[in-house]
Ligand binder design. Structure first.
Ligand code: 6PG
Length: 240
């Protein structure tokens, strides 16, 4: 399902309403709502809209927040995905952090990937032997990467692990990332993609063109759940 919006603001309002609705339905049914968040710059607009669209802040005390990936930097480093989320979502909601499970970028990466994997296995319901998130929010880089699965590390899409250590191909920065199988095991995966610089790769992926398989984002195909694309006008695919 592709949703296109005139602006990132309109996109973020619509997606925030979906997140709020799903969280509310889950909690009203007496079930936990387990969501994994991506980093980068786009999600901050969504988080700000979640704050402004929330009329019952207590809702978020019952949501379990996890990450799709994290840069191997301290929690309050300018590049930390946790810091961006804390600044734009948790602190504005005055959240208690009781259900915030960050990837600890300051720890030794391989040990942290193992720790996080073990935590996910112990805290999330399983489906087919893998933790099952209610929702995973993804972005896509201008090289077609998603999570911290980069085009030169495609093996992470089929890893036997749930969490692995990745490396940014440009900077060499290490990252902790969820791998393809656990992302594709979620009930609902939502891409949030903006900007004309991604339109060409996006069209290639959405039209399943030859050559699109080199983009990690092209391999996000939930086995059981739904896949949705939230796009602004700039990113809207240049369909042939
Ligand atoms: C990260 C993200 C990454 C992000 C893409 C798109 O840690 O950087 O998880 O996968 O989603 O790079 O980032 P933008 O939304 O900033 O374009």
């Amino acid at each position: 399902m592709i949703h296109t919006f005139k602006s990132i603001d309109e996109l973020a309002v619509s997606l925030s309403e979906v997140v709020i609705k799903l969280a509310r339905e889950s909690i009203r049914a007496g079930k936990p709502f387990n969501i994994a968040l991506s980093g980068g710059s786009t999600p901050s607009v969504l988080f700000e809209k979640i704050v402004s669209c929330t009329d019952d802040p207590g809702l978020w005390e019952q949501v379990n927040f996890y990450w799709v990936d994290e840069r191997c930097v301290p929690a309050y480093h300018i590049e930390s995905n946790y810091r961006m989320t804390d600044d734009t979502l948790f602190r504005p909601l005055s959240l208690s952090y009781a259900h915030v499970y960050r990837m600890m970028g300051e720890e030794e990466p391989y040990a942290e990937a193992e720790r996080y994997e073990a935590m996910l296995r112990s805290q999330l319901p399983a489906r087919e032997g893998l933790p099952c998130f209610n929702m995973i929010l993804l972005g896509m880089g201008t090289d077609g990467h998603t999570a911290s699965i980069f085009p030169d590390q495609m093996d992470l899409l089929h890893s036997g692990r749930i969490c692995e250590v990745a490396r940014h191909p440009g900077t060499g920065q290490q990252r902790i990332t969820l791998t393809g199988p656990v992302i594709n095991n979620a009930d609902r995966v939502c891409f949030m993609i903006t900007g004309a610089e991604k339109a060409s790769i996006l069209a290639s992926i959405l039209e399943d063109r030859r050559g699109s398989e080199k983009y990690p984002a092209a391999h996000i195909k939930p086995a059981w759940g739904t896949l949705e694309w939230y796009l602004d006008q700039g990113a809207k695919p240049l369909f042939r």
